[in-house]
Ligand binder design. Structure first.
Ligand code: ATR
Length: 281
């Protein structure tokens, strides 16, 4: 990377804890460098008890924008000046833009997920989807899918109450969300597989090989499109590959959410191929 820091260099970064495994600094700096933007993107290890001070630090230090990752995505909403529409529904933010000391929170995970999915399938509207999990990541995925005009989303979570909360919170998102969204016990997943086109895992199950499968993966069919937002080929994805399905891990979502953050901060089109190359290296 060809980086020269001087008195005019603008500062961006990511708040997380832990943050050292984040891949964002690599591809965001590659994008700045490629476009000749005098800016640098740094990882900031921010302990949960320091989040408020860290967000105030964005203003104090004139940091132009930050990404926000685990465990701060929900908590950070308390400390910014404005929430974008998607953040109000999703209840989590991964991107903050600083406009002369006024902080606006965005969520680019929903966009990132949809753009990633579009690498596998041109038209998502009218599809039926199984989304496993009901945490912050699931809410972003469900938001993106509703906005794309899918026909049906089964939200299947170990704790059904959290899936029901998403349905309630999203009821004002569209006239039809209460018809589109349905909470489904994990034990009933196999019953709806015949009725879905796309399967998405948003839980942490599959991070470790010893995790118990979410359902019987041998029931996956070749026509299913399978996405796991974990950044590796999980047992779910291995099963999908064996069946000959179209499948995707979490890297495309990571790439596109970062590209959208970049565009929000800079107003410039993200150099997606440069960012992708940096990410894959
Ligand atoms: P994130 O913001 O990444 O979505 P989260 O809010 O902690 O993280 O949500 C984690 C998701 O993984 C939840 O849906 C969680 O289920 P619960 O709501 O029942 O906790 C799910 N999850 C984690 N471990 C799981 C397991 N062993 N089996 C099934 N679901 C699991």
């Amino acid at each position: 990377m060809n980086l020269s820091i001087n008195g005019k260099t603008e500062l961006f970064g990511i708040f997380g804890y832990p943050v050292e495994h984040s891949k964002s600094p690599v591809f965001q700096n590659a994008a700045f460098s490629h476009l000749g933007i005098n800016a640098v993107y740094l990882p900031f290890s921010v302990k949960p008890e320091d989040l408020k001070n860290a967000v105030e630090g964005i203003k104090a230090l004139s940091i132009k924008g930050v990404n926000v990752t685990v465990p701060h995505k929900e908590e950070v909403l308390k400390y910014v000046d404005e929430l974008s529409e998607e953040v109000r529904f999703i209840g989590a933010s991964n991107t903050i833009k600083n406009i002369d000391g006024y902080l606006i929170a965005y969520n680019t995970d929903a966009y990132g997920f949809i753009q990633g999915l579009k690498e596998l399938i041109d038209d998502i509207s009218g599809k039926k989807v199984l989304v496993i999990g009901a945490g912050g990541a699931s809410r972003a995925v469900v938001y993106g899918l509703v906005k794309e005009g899918v026909d049906k989303i089964y939200i299947s979570n170990r704790t059904p109450k959290r899936a029901e909360e998403i349905i309630k919170d999203f009821s004002k998102l569209s006239r039809f969300t209460e018809q589109i969204l349905e909470s489904l016990p994990l034990s009933n997943i196999e019953k709806v597989l015949k009725n879905v086109d796309i399967i998405v895992n948003t839980t942490s199950v599959g991070l470790r090989d010893e995790d118990r499968p979410l359902f019987d993966y041998s029931k996956i069919e070749k026509r299913h499109i399978v996405v796991d937002i974990i950044y590796r080929k999980t047992p779910l994805l291995e099963a999908a590959e064996e069946k000959g399905c179209l499948w995707q891990d979490g890297l495309p979502m990571l790439l596109y959410q970062g590209a959208r953050s970049f565009e929000i901060w800079t107003g410039k089109k993200a150099p997606i191929n440069i960012m992708k190359k940096a990410l894959l290296e």
